[in-house]
Write a protein that binds this ligand. Structure first.
Ligand code: COA
Length: 333
């Protein structure tokens, strides 16, 4: 029998400070009405100075482990666009702080698709027999990457972390990762980028401008590419699993923009109310988005044991992906 990777627990954490749209409108040329109607976001959580991505990841990781009943993990895969430092990776720091000393640990960089890439890496480690318990974390402090005066990015993003624990099991059991599809197009690298701080900028010499250190995004182009790629990837993974669109009970899409999620649902032929939504409260938390939506969906009862679930995401790179599974019977503490 083929060994499968099964979700055994989930956990999430957002920093306590809430920034409302009205608060942003006091310092940026924007309004609560614009942000709500164009994105679906009403508020986001933002870290206080001194709090880093690993702080959020440790909290989410601990919660996921506790909820899974596992007393440890032998692999930590962490998706983030906002590592504590350019070098080394943040995953070993997180593993050690959680008490998983000597566990294998590495970061995955796929921006808003990061959780799906990390999930696939963790699941593959289980199916290959390389790991017995994997902690997959998506964690971001995107607020640290934004130009505080940029109204095209600041309202969109929020900080947070979400995690799942994977264990070995059987492909047909609830919680088993059924199929995953991932893709990328490096020709779209400029659509969402931080130009400075990497080898490209250093090899050209010179000091990066302040602006080069901030995340920049071509919102409209990203919007259309996200709808197209998330829809295509979803269709691919559904075909691999042998599910019809009508079989999908819940769409857990990267919470980028309510209009993007509804457009993907519409193109797939899914009623929009099948989408699990928490973007109104947390904004776009990038790699943390899907696991945070899982936690909120469970807490609110919009995601229940036995639901056939479709994950999908699109992010910088460009990267995208989709995955299928039947939601298991899990508890949250
Ligand atoms: N408040 C008020 N006006 C704003 C604004 C803000 N926060 N941000 C942009 N605008 C203005 C623009 O300047 C533009 O003005 P103009 O018509 O005078 O030039 C107008 O609103 C429309 O801007 P546009 O970018 O065309 O809006 P949009 O409908 O595409 O919405 C996004 C912008 C960013 C919300 C949308 O493109 C989006 O969500 N893209 C995907 C972003 C994303 O999720 N990225 C993460 C990875 S998936």
């Amino acid at each position: 029998m083929t060994r499968a990777a099964v979700i055994a627990g989930v956990g999430g954490f957002v920093p306590p400070r809430v920034v409302t749209n009205s608060e942003l409108a006091q310092r940026l040329e924007t309004s609560d009405a614009w942000i709500r109607t164009r994105t679906g976001i009403a508020q986001r959580h933002v870290v206080d100075p001194g709090t880093t991505t690993s702080d959020l990841a440790v909290e989410a990781g601990r919660r996921a482990l506790k909820n899974s009943g596992a007393d440890g993990a032998d692999l930590v895969v962490m998706a983030t666009t906002t590592p504590d430092r350019p070098c080394p990776a943040t995953a070993p720091t997180v593993a050690t702080r959680i008490g998983l000393s000597n566990a294998a640990a590495f970061d995955v960089a796929a921006v808003c698709s990061g959780f799906l890439y990390a999930l696939q890496a963790g699941a593959a480690a289980i199916t290959a027999g390389f790991a017995e318990r994997v902690l997959v974390i998506g964690a971001e402090t995107f607020s640290t990457l934004l130009n505080p005066e940029d109204r095209t990015t600041v309202p969109i993003f929020g900080d947070g972390a979400g995690a799942v624990v994977l264990r070995p099991g059987e492909r047909e059991e609830p919680g088993a990762i059924r199929d995953v599809h991932l893709g990328s197009d490096g020709g779209m690298a400029d659509l969402m980028t931080v130009r400075g701080g990497g080898a490209e900028q250093r090899s050209h010499g010179g000091v990066p401008s302040q602006d080069d250190q901030y995340f920049r995004m071509s919102g409209k182009a990203v919007f259309f590419a996200a709808v197209r790629r998330m829809t295509e990837s979803s269709r691919t993974v559904l075909a691999r699993t042998g599910w019809q669109v009508a079989d999908v009970d819940r769409l857990v899409a990267h919470q980028a923009n309510t209009r993007i999620i509804h457009a993907v649902a519409e193109q797939l032929g899914l009623p929009p109310d099948r989408a699990v939504m928490n973007i109104d409260r947390v904004g776009n938390t990038s790699a943390a988005s899907i696991p945070l939506a899982l936690v909120d969906g469970m807490a609110e009862g919009t995601l229940k044991a036995g639901d056939r679930v479709l994950f999908t995401a699109f992010g910088g790179g460009a990267t995208w992906g989709a995955a299928t599974l039947t939601w298991p019977d899990l508890s949250l503490t």
